[in-house]
Ligand binder design. Structure first.
Ligand code: ZN
Ligand code: ZN
Length: 111
């Protein structure tokens, strides 16, 4: 399914798009081993859509600090993190090129 966070959003799980638990319960955050983006559960962290779309881009650069590492402010009061603004466009591009059906479905959802 073609889903993803809105452009302006507090940190959410990139798989199920639920808001992440607040930082006071950061033990509930599961980070992708590759790009360090936060997810709500180990199964979400292994999401195929994430691995296929933004993960390779976000984890590029190696060696240094990964974008996901800077996402540390969770919960309803959290400010939108800039990295989330690039995730939806990334997913759109990947979908359009690799899964045209998913891309069309997303256009319908938006309308
Ligand atoms: Zn999740
Ligand atoms: Zn990742």
């Amino acid at each position: 399914m073609a889903v993803g966070p809105l452009h302006v959003t507090a940190p959410v799980c990139l798989s199920c798009i639920r808001p992440l638990p607040s930082s006071s319960s950061s033990t509930q955050i599961h980070r992708c081993p590759l790009c360090r983006m936060p997810f709500c559960s180990p199964s979400c962290a292994g999401d195929a859509a994430h691995a296929a779309a933004e993960c390779p881009v976000l984890s590029k650069g190696g060696g240094g600090r990964l974008p996901g590492d800077s996402v540390t402010d969770f919960g309803p009061g959290a400010r939108p993190h800039p990295v989330y603004q690039c995730i939806m466009p990334l997913r759109c591009l990947v979908l359009r090129e690799e899964r045209p059906e998913g891309w069309r479905a997303m256009q319908v959802r938006k309308a």
